[in-house]
Design a protein. Structure first.
Length: 58
């Protein structure tokens, strides 16, 4: 959830502020797609790590 709130939500806000039909919108989308996906992978890895840690702690 930290990754989502700290990184992905601000990226979503920036993307929502541009006109999707404009050249700037196309540039923002290209940047957004790579950055958002990378942070999403970090969040997924963190969740998997936490699940394994809880399993091993029992």
């Amino acid at each position: 959830m930290i990754v989502t709130f700290a990184f992905n939500v601000p990226l979503n806000d920036v993307l929502a502020a541009v006109d999707p039909a404009s050249p700037e919108g196309a540039r923002q989308w290209a940047s957004y797609l790579v950055t958002w996906t990378n942070w999403n992978h970090v969040g997924t890895a963190g969740a998997l790590f936490a699940a394994v840690a809880f399993y091993l702690a029992k």
